[in-house]
Design a protein around this ligand. Structure first.
Ligand SMILES: NC(=O)c1ccc[n+]([C@@H]2O[C@H](COP(=O)([O-])OP(=O)(O)OC[C@H]3O[C@@H](n4cnc5c(N)ncnc54)[C@H](O)[C@@H]3O)[C@@H](O)[C@H]2O)c1
Length: 423
C-alpha cells in the first residue's frame, strides 16, 4: 500500500476525474508547452532528476509538471500559497498522473509548511519555486541536502527579489534561473494574466460592478499596468499610487490619476495591491476609507495589507460571502477584505488563463532542461533565462497563434549594423 508520502496529501481523491478533465481543457490552450513536452519525451533532458516543485496547484501547473515528467523527471509537488490550490487538480495529479501532490485549499500555515517538508523529504536535485519558500526552507533547515542539488528555477517577482537578497548576503545555495525575468514571462503573464485574472477574482468574490467605481491600483509595475488597464476598460475611474517616479509618470501619461495612498484611501471604492512590498495599505489607510470599501491583494504575499492593524481597529467581523470578511471598525465604517489578503486571482478565481501560462511554463520547462544540462558551468548566482529560450518561446507562440512577421532584407540588416549612414 502506498503511503501519504508516495501519494501526496490532497483534500478529496474522488475529485480526480473532474480534475483530469480540467487539466485536459487547459492543455488545449497550451500549444507551446505541448511541443516542449513532445520534445522532452523524445530527448529526456531531465532523466533521473528529482524536482521539488512549490507552485500554485492549478490546471496550468499540472500541464507543466506533466511536461517535466515526460522529460524524465520525478516530480513532487506542493502548494506555493495556502489558498491557491485547486483541489480537483491536486487529486487528479496524485491519482491519475503519478505526481505526489501535497496541497489542500485553505490549509493553515502549519499544514502549508508540513507539505513543503514532504517535498523536501524526497531529496530534490532541483527546486521549482513560486515565491522562494522551498529554497529558503532547504537553506535554513536542510543544509545537508545541498551537496546533491544542482539548482533551481523561480517563477515570480517576489521570489526573484528574495533570491537576489540571498545572493547579496552570500547565502544563495545553488544557481537559480529567474524565470520571471524572461520577457516572454513577465510582459505577458504579469501584465495580461494578472490584469484579467485579478478582475476575475474580484468579481467572482463580490459580484461588484466595476463601471462607475473608483479603483485604486497600488503599484504600477508589470502587474499593476495590467490591472489598471483592465479596470479602465470596464469603466472604472482608476487611481494609481506609486513610490517610483518613473512608474508614476508612466501611469500619469497612460491617463490615470496618480496620488499618494493617503489621498487615494479617501476616494477609492475598490483597492487592489500589486507591489510585492510590505504594508502598502496600513492601519491609517483602512481608517480613512469610505464605508463599504473593498480591499484585495494580487501581489505574492498577503502582508501587502497590514491586516494586524485592521484587526486592532475592528470591533466586529462578518463573512457575507465566501471570500469576503467585512470588518466593522471603531469609527463606524466597514471595510471588506477579500480572500484574507491572499492573491485574489488564485484564491477566488482560477489564476491566469492557460494561454498566457503556456509561455511562462514553456520558459520554466526549458529553463529546467537547460539547468540539468549546464549546471556544472554555473555558479551560486541568480541567472536570467538564456535569450535563446525567450526567443524560441516567442516564435513558437506566434506560430501557434498563426501570426507571421517580416524578415529584414540583407540591405536592412547591413543598414542596422552600420554607423556610417547619416542624414
Ligand atoms: N497574482 C498573480 O498571479 C501574480 C503574478 C505575477 C506576479 N505577482 C506578484 O505581484 C507582485 C508585483 O509583481 P510585478 O511583476 O508587477 O513587480 P514590479 O516590480 O514590476 O512592480 C511592483 C511595483 O510596485 C511599486 N511599489 C513598491 N512599493 C510600493 C508602495 N509602497 N506603494 C506603491 N507602489 C509601490 C514599485 O515601485 C513597482 O513599480 C509581486 O509580489 C509578484 O510576485 C502576482
Amino acid at each position: 500500500m502506498q503511503t501519504i508520502e508516495q501519494l501526496g496529501d490532497v483534500k478529496d481523491r474522488s475529485l480526480a476525474d473532474q480534475g483530469r478533465s480540467k487539466i485536459e481543457w487547459a492543455a488545449s490552450f497550451m500549444p507551446v508547452l505541448a511541443q516542449i513536452k513532445e520534445r522532452f519525451a523524445k530527448e529526456k533532458p531531465l532523466a533521473g532528476v528529482r524536482i521539488g516543485a512549490c507552485l500554485h496547484v492549478t490546471t496550468e501547473t499540472a500541464n507543466l509538471v506533466l511536461a517535466l515528467q515526460a522529460g524524465g523527471a520525478q516530480v513532487e509537488l506542493c502548494a506555493s500559497n495556502p489558498l491557491s490550490t485547486q483541489d480537483d487538480v491536486a487529486a487528479a495529479l496524485s491519482e491519475h498522473f503519478a505526481i505526489p501532490t501535497h496541497a489542500i485549499k485553505g490549509e493553515d500555515n502549519a499544514t502549508y509548511y508540513k507539505h513543503i517538508e514532504s517535498v523536501v523529504a524526497t531529496k530534490p536535485h532541483m527546486t521549482m519555486d513560486d515565491g522562494c519558500d522551498l529554497v529558503t526552507t532547504i537553506y535554513t533547515k536542510h543544509n545537508h541536502l545541498l551537496k546533491d542539488m544542482i539548482g533551481g528555477c523561480e517563477e515570480t517577482t517576489t521570489g526573484v527579489i528574495r533570491l537576489h537578497a540571498m545572493e547579496k548576503d552570500g547565502v544563495l545555495p545553488f544557481p537559480v534561473i529567474a524565470v520571471n525575468d524572461a520577457l516572454t514571462k513577465h510582459m505577458f503573464d504579469n501584465r495580461y494574466g494578472t490584469g484579467q485574472s485579478t478582475i476575475d477574482g474580484l468579481v467572482r468574490a463580490t459580484n461588484v460592478l466595476i463601471a462607475g467605481h473608483t479603483v485604486v491600483v497600488v503599484g504600477y509595475g508589470w502587474c499593476g499596468r495590467g490591472v489598471a488597464s483592465r479596470a479602465k476598460g470596464l469603466g472604472a475611474t482608476v487611481v494609481v499610487t506609486e513610490i517610483d517616479p518613473l512608474k508614476a509618470l508612466e501611469a500619469a501619461m497612460d491617463g490615470f490619476l496618480v496620488m499618494p495612498i493617503a489621498e487615494a484611501a479617501k476616494i477609492g471604492d475598490i483597492f487592489i495591491t500589486v507591489t510585492g512590498n510590505y504594508h502598502v495599505i496600513a492601519g491609517e489607510h483602512f481608517e480613512a476609507m469610505k464605508d463599504g470599501a473593498i480591499v484585495c491583494n494580487s501581489g505574492h504575499f498577503n502582508d501587502e495589507l497590514d491586516l494586524d492593524a485592521l484587526e486592532k481597529l475592528t470591533v466586529s467581523k462578518t463573512k457575507p460571502r465566501t471570500f469576503v470578511d467585512a470588518h466593522k471598525m471603531k469609527n463606524g465604517k466597514t471595510v471588506r477584505v477579500l480572500a484574507e489578503g491572499r492573491l485574489i486571482n488564485l484564491s477566488a478565481a482560477e489564476g491566469h488563463p492557460p494561454s498566457v501560462m503556456d509561455m511562462s511554463f514553456a520558459n520554466q520547462a526549458m529553463a529546467a532542461g537547460y539547468l540539468a544540462q549546464n549546471y556544472k558551468t554555473l555558479e551560486k548566482k541568480v541567472y536570467p533565462v538564456p535569450a535563446f529560450i525567450d526567443e524560441e518561446v516567442a516564435k513558437l507562440k506566434l506560430a501557434a497563434m498563426k501570426i507571421a512577421i517580416d524578415t529584414p532584407t540583407a540591405e536592412q540588416v547591413k543598414y542596422m549594423a552600420s554607423w556610417s549612414e547619416g542624414t
